[in-house]
Ligand binder design. Structure first.
Ligand code: FMN
Length: 314
């Protein structure tokens, strides 16, 4: 490279979520990248060259869940609809079978938990509190709640604060609350999580949607409706990150449709301190291995030397 082409700065990608130092801002979105399966089928050195700066496993619940009827996935014009129904092995099996292996990852593990009622959140956090393999806990409050007639707990500020407070009382781990975009006022829900003792807000989970089979004109998903993710939801997610990060004094993890390093740059500028890749990993499971380097290039081209300089600059 000649002198005229020399980037004006060397960019550092280091960022942090509270006490959790991250080598770069790119993490994975829960439920979209199974590190244990990927290790077996993708690359022998995946754990050594782990593409994400922190790892968020799929959400687990107190009891194992079989999940929803098939079909559970349906690709739409600009995004993916899913109705997995939180199929998972249950927190006890997760602790016994997955955590020992996940402890070998060179990055912090952010366990994700969900409950059928507010009390479950406290119970799950209590079970994880003594586990050294887990650095942080993310509360997924977007799942149907029995106390709310199947509506997501994350739609109700009172229950959001209560579930967060129960989790807060049960663990001293770094506490992330993941919000659903399917609400009228997402800032109100973020403030409820903050009042309950959250250390960090992550957003967004999937957006309510449905698709019809083009031939039968019946619902394409076994569960009839599902959650939309991928490029279609990026503008919704960017707005949520922008308004929540300005309204609260907590760090934000942004996600929703992130597919390129430019997307990462935009989420950081909107106010996220870390950015998660979800649906894009299905099309290109090794996408994340390239994103950090591409982000550094984009920052250097623009003369941005640190993530802190970028966060919230929009
Ligand atoms: C197949 C699938 C499974 C998901 N499972 C979970 C989950 O278990 N827990 C959770 O908090 N979010 C889950 N999500 C939501 C993602 O973590 C993420 O919030 C959302 O998909 C938006 O990001 P994206 O557009 O990059 O996928 C899931 C998304 C998909 C597509």
């Amino acid at each position: 490279m000649n002198n005229n082409m020399e980037p004006p700065v060397t960019a550092s990608l280091e960022t942090s979520l509270g006490p959790m130092a991250l080598e770069h801002p790119i993490i994975n979105a829960s439920g979209t990248f199974d590190a244990l399966v990927a290790d077996a089928v993708l690359a022998a050195d995946l754990f050594e060259q782990f593409p994400f700066a922190a790892y968020v496993p799929k959400t687990v619940t107190l009891q194992p869940r079989a999940g929803n009827e098939p079909h559970r996935l349906y690709e739409t014009a600009a995004g993916l609809l899913n109705s997995i129904g939180l199929a998972n092995k249950g927190i006890e099996n997760f602790i016994a079978e997955d955590l020992p292996r996940l402890a070998e990852l060179p990055v912090p593990v952010i366990a994700s938990v969900a409950g059928e009622n507010t009390a479950d959140y406290g119970r799950c956090c209590e079970m994880l509190d003594s586990r050294d393999e887990v650095t942080a806990v993310e509360l997924n409050i977007s799942c149907p709640n029995v106390e709310l007639d199947g509506k997501a707990l994350g739609c109700d500020p009172v229950r959001t604060e209560k579930a967060t407070a129960l989790a807060r009382a049960a663990t001293s781990k770094y506490l992330v609350v993941k919000l659903t975009p399917n609400v009228t006022d997402i800032v109100e829900l973020a403030k409820a999580a903050e009042a309950g003792g959250a250390d960090c807000i992550s957003l967004i989970n999937t957006v309510h949607g449905m698709a019809l089979d083009p031939w039968t004109l019946k619902p394409a998903l076994g569960h009839t409706t599902g959650g939309l993710s991928g490029p279609a939801v990026k503008p919704i997610a960017l707005r949520a990150v922008y308004i929540v990060s300005r309204a609260l004094d907590l760090p934000v993890i942004g996600m929703g449709g992130v597919t390129t390093a430019q997307d990462v740059l935009e989420f950081l500028a909107a106010g996220a301190s870390a950015v998660a890749v979800g649906t894009a990993s299905f099309r290109d499971p090794l996408l994340a291995t390239r994103l950090a380097g591409e982000l550094r290039d984009l920052m250097e081209i623009r003369g941005i030397s640190s993530i802190a300089e970028l966060v919230g600059s929009a």
